[in-house]
Design a protein around this ligand. Structure first.
Ligand code: HEC
Length: 133
């Protein structure tokens, strides 16, 4: 009877170790983001933890899109510039969503936010459009 208990304890201990090792693996996994040198995520300063759920359009805009869309770099339509945005808005929001996901001329695919979901990209497009009318 005693040996059964010992065996049971050993099995429990092994499975506990296994669970601990698995959760450690989860914790040390990279967040699934692609970082480029000079990118916000590379410095970690503007990084938003993936576990916080979807980022708001404003968060994505501020940390990613603003690089070009706040300054007009590379001919990007600036946030708040109604004249620059109105012909784009006229194309329809779905077209703008597609441009943000797939890219459009100087506009890089995903606006360089490689860890953004389509929904996060759409939210950031909504944010820019709403603030550029
Ligand atoms: C590296 C610079 C850069 C970054 C970063 C960037 N954009 Fe752009 N974006 C551009 C440029 C340049 C254009 C204008 C392209 C054109 O009209 O030829 C543009 C245009 C757009 C348009 C209009 C597309 C159309 O069909 O008229 C949308 C929408 C857009 N960007 C969304 C985003 C979003 C959302 C982000 C952030 C997730 C983002 N951009 C980040 C450069 C950038």
């Amino acid at each position: 009877m005693k040996s059964v208990k010992i065996l049971l304890a050993a099995v429990l201990a092994i499975s506990a170790l296994h669970v601990a090792a698995e959760s450690l693996e989860d914790r040390i996994k990279p967040a699934g983001s692609v970082c480029m040198a000079g990118d916000d995520c590379a410095s970690g300063s503007m990084q938003v933890a993936a576990s916080d759920g979807p980022r708001s359009g404003k968060d994505v805009y501020t940390s990613k899109c603003a690089t070009c869309h706040a300054t007009g770099a590379a001919g990007a339509p600036k946030l708040g510039d109604a004249a620059a945005w109105s012909p784009r808005i006229g194309k329809g929001i779905e077209v703008l969503y597609t441009s943000s996901i797939k890219g459009f001329n100087g506009m890089p695919a995903k606006g360089l936010c490689f860890d953004c979901s389509d929904d996060e990209l759409k939210a950031s497009v909504d944010y820019m459009v709403e603030n550029s009318k």
